[in-house]
Design a protein around this ligand. Structure first.
Ligand code: UTP
Length: 300
């Protein structure tokens, strides 16, 4: 049992094609792209572990072998570092294996995030579980997973994480219509729409990549038709749960995220994330800052 009750498992879907990041993601999973000196997915695994979740299921596909290798032993490398007495470097690689209990399942075709989540069914079983997207990083200074687990304990059903975004970018996200609850930190979700057409969004609340889901989501996904982009959308399945009574696994609530998030899924956001995180580092920040100041930034 985790510190937050019955939720003990996190699922990290990493079987997408990463088309916004081609050609880098042709043979390398986008979740393995380095963010300063760690692959993006390592931040996400560390976030789960910080919330006392140690059972991690990675959903992978062809060309994703490096994901499994990253969390496995590297005997030759470890021996070489040990022989050289490079103990700090050695710890950065050998500690990864014991970070969590890693499990893997394959999604044979990239039919969408909802379809990827469905492949987790037999591992997850009949308890609520976490889904974390590997290209959404939450700053460790503003953790939120523990709060989401507490909300799931209090309200049951499923819990989303929402972030207020400007009018001109809500069409890039799943969008939630909400109403207040007795708890000022929690809203009830009354409707959900995946990537609304500009001007039609019911709010500025974007769904970001952390979910605590009722296992009822699997029954919904099982019978669900493809939605936007021809993909089985997780947002559509959640929209069904919004209308379903609590005794049948329905009910969707959300925490409004006020912390810091880094998006690493497209090129510009990725570059910004790497720079921001590197600037915070004692070993890299000062030198990077002085170098950035020397760049010719005026429009030519
Ligand atoms: P994204 O839409 O952000 O990822 O899906 P993508 O499809 O890989 O990227 P683009 O849009 O083509 O650039 C969100 C998450 O869901 C996973 C992705 O790996 C990503 O972490 N996903 C998506 C799957 O696991 N399977 C899928 O079929 C689709």
């Amino acid at each position: 049992m985790g510190q937050f009750g019955k939720v003990t498992k996190a699922v990290i879907p990493a079987a997408g094609l990463g088309t916004r990041f081609l050609p880098a993601t042709k043979a390398t999973p986008k979740e393995m792209l380095p963010v300063v000196d760690k692959p993006a997915i390592q931040y996400v695994v560390e976030e789960a572990v910080a919330a006392n979740i140690h059972d991690i299921l990675l959903i992978t596909s062809r060309n994703k072998g490096s994901l499994e290798d990253h969390f496995d032993r590297g005997p030759e490398l470890e021996q070489r570092l040990a022989d050289r007495g490079e103990t700090q470097k050695l710890a950065t690689v050998s500690d990864l294996v014991d970070l969590a209990n890693f499990h893997y399942v394959r999604q044979h075709e990239p039919k969408g995030l909802g379809h990827a989540v469905l492949t987790a069914r037999s591992h997850v079983g009949d308890a609520p579980f976490i889904v974390m997207l590997g290209d959404d990083l939450i700053d460790e200074a503003t953790p939120v997973l523990g709060e989401m687990l507490n909300v799931q304990e209090e309200f049951g059903g499923s819990v989303l994480l929402l972030m207020e975004v400007p009018d001109d970018s809500i069409h890039l996200y799943g969008c939630a219509a909400v109403e207040p609850t007795h708890n000022p930190h929690v809203v009830r979700v009354t409707g959900l729409i995946e990537k609304p057409e500009p001007g039609t969004a019911p709010s500025n609340y974007a769904v970001i990549g952390r979910y605590v889901l009722s296992p009822e989501i699997f029954n919904v996904l099982q019978g669900q038709e493809p939605g936007r982009g021809g993909e089985i959308q997780l947002t559509d399945a959640l929209a069904t749960l919004v209308d379903r009574p609590a005794e049948h696994g329905g009910g969707v609530h959300a925490v409004i995220f006020k912390g810091k998030r880094y998006d690493t899924g497209d090129k510009l956001s990725y570059i910004k994330s790497v720079l921001e995180l590197a600037l915070q580092r004692d070993d890299l920040g000062p030198a990077l800052k002085s170098w950035l100041r020397t760049l010719p930034l005026e429009d030519s």
